[in-house]
Design a protein around this ligand. Structure first.
Ligand code: SF4
Length: 230
């Protein structure tokens, strides 16, 4: 597809239901289509939509080695509930090996470098084998995501990116999860609206920005997966 084709598709799909956007993605890119689930609430909605439509999509998650026990448990529940395999995409080094190379708890000193090693490098390698990837980002999550199209060229990774939930609000996500009895991380009910790695995720108090618990006290708001190419 050319850039013009993608722009036209984005315009046509802007107000389409998420299920239709996912069907369009499968029609155009399967079997070279993959879904990056971070097992967050939005990811659980996309998983439910893909599974219910039996779309031929490869699932994976970035297993940094420092996810919450509740996240690992949800991963298993999702696989059991939907009969899908969520492939673990892991960094080259374990946490202990990284500590030998770069010092302990790299996330406290250089979180960007830690995210590069534990998320970006493995993600780049994974996406190299696909023509398109699906994500569960929403426009109102961060300023970087505010202009995300439904479909567009991802210059950072060199493939098409499909964002079926970009127009959804957090309330709509919660309503879908309730209505469809979608399995989700119990930490969401304990003041964790956004869940990442254990060392970089803290609870969020009423009135705080839902993503303020990620890299709390640092300028960082994204691990880099959804930033635009510089
Ligand atoms: Fe490292 Fe934190 Fe990034 Fe996880 S979120 S890869 S622990 S800096």
């Amino acid at each position: 597809m050319t850039q013009d084709d993608l722009k036209q598709a984005a315009a046509e799909l802007e107000h389409a239901p998420a299920a239709d956007i996912l069907k369009w993605a499968a029609d155009h890119f399967a079997p070279r289509l993959t879904f990056a689930t971070s097992l967050g609430l939005e990811d659980c909605v996309v998983t439910d939509l893909i599974a219910k439509a039996s779309l031929p999509v490869d699932f994976f998650t970035l297993d940094t080695g420092v996810l919450f026990p509740e996240t690992y448990a949800l991963w298993k529940r999702v696989e059991d509930r939907y009969g899908v395999a969520v492939t673990a995409v892991r960094p080259r080094r374990t946490i202990d090996e990284q500590a030998l190379d770069a010092g302990p708890e790299l996330w406290t000193r250089e979180p960007d470098r830690c995210c590069e090693l534990r998320k970006m490098e493995p993600l780049r390698a994974r996406l190299a084998g696909y023509d398109a990837w699906i994500t569960a980002i929403r426009r109102d999550q961060t300023p970087e995501r505010a202009n995300a199209p439904v479909v567009g060229w991802d210059g950072r990774f060199g493939l098409v990116k499909i964002n079926p939930l970009v127009r959804w609000t957090f309330d709509e996500v919660r309503a879908y999860v309730r209505e469809h009895d979608v399995p989700y991380n119990p930490l969401h009910d304990q003041n964790y609206p956004s869940i990442g790695c254990v060392p970089c995720t803290s609870p969020v108090m009423p009135g705080e920005d839902p993503r303020s618990g990620r890299w709390r006290g640092k300028e960082k708001t994204e691990c880099g997966l959804h930033l635009k190419k510089n």
